[in-house]
Design a protein around this ligand. Structure first.
Ligand SMILES: [Zn+2]
Ligand SMILES: [Zn+2]
Length: 218
């Protein structure tokens, strides 16, 4: 049955779910190749999405002042299929745990969709350096700007290294900042190769590469 393409918000919600699932030790331990993750994340998103408040489902930078904080929501109408699925995969212990999991996902989702519009080069047509999709790209400072002064003072990098950037799509960019602190990025993961050497990034990249509908997200 043909269905409408998901809104950017639903795409961001699905990505936020996938990130939290990938970050859960229980899931990672039992699954060498999470090939089913895109389907699983899309299923959970499809179940939970219609029951979320409209202000959450249409959240954006423009509406950020009117978006309810996830910890103020009861989430009472979340279908039991969501809690059942999360519990049976070992992602939470019970229904309360499932709602707590969902709240963390929604926190990630809100900060993602309410972030200021990303800066990207509209003319840039090459692929994201993590998921290899040809989608709008943002630039990621491999040594985060907030640490440039410290990196020079401590001798972590020569001055010319500080301008190095990687071109990443927005979902991959968010993921990179979610798996490592600015200091870890500056000291250890300051090349694309080093980022791609991380198992969590590899798992994410496999997931993201399959998200064709992410094409319009900047
Ligand atoms: Zn990407
Ligand atoms: Zn960045």
């Amino acid at each position: 049955m043909p269905s409408d393409p998901p809104t950017p918000q639903l795409a961001a919600f699905t990505d936020a779910l996938a990130r939290r699932i990938l970050a859960s030790p229980g899931f990672a331990d039992d699954t060498d190749d999470p090939a089913g993750l895109p389907d699983f994340a899309a299923f959970l998103a499809g179940e939970a999405w219609p029951t979320l408040p409209a202000a959450l489902r249409t959240a954006s930078y423009a509406t950020r002042g009117a978006v309810p904080a996830p910890d103020t929501l009861s989430l009472d109408s979340t279908p039991t299929s969501v809690a059942d699925s999360l519990t049976s995969c070992g992602l939470c212990a019970d229904g309360d745990g499932a709602l707590a999991f969902l709240r963390r996902v929604l926190d990630d989702y809100v900060s993602d969709v309410c972030a200021p519009p990303p800066v990207w080069a509209r003319t840039r047509t090459t692929e994201c350096e993590i998921c290899a999709r040809a989608v709008p790209l943002t630039y990621h400072h491999l040594v985060p700007r907030a640490l440039h002064a410290k990196a020079l003072k401590r001798g972590w990098h020569a001055a010319e290294m500080l301008g190095a950037v990687a071109w990443l799509c927005r979902p991959c960019h968010t993921t990179v900042h979610g798996v490592a602190s600015n200091e870890e990025l500056a000291r250890t993961y300051f090349t694309v190769e080093a980022l791609l050497g991380r198992e969590d990034i590899q798992r994410w990249a496999k997931y993201a590469a399959k998200q064709r509908w992410g094409v319009r997200r900047g």
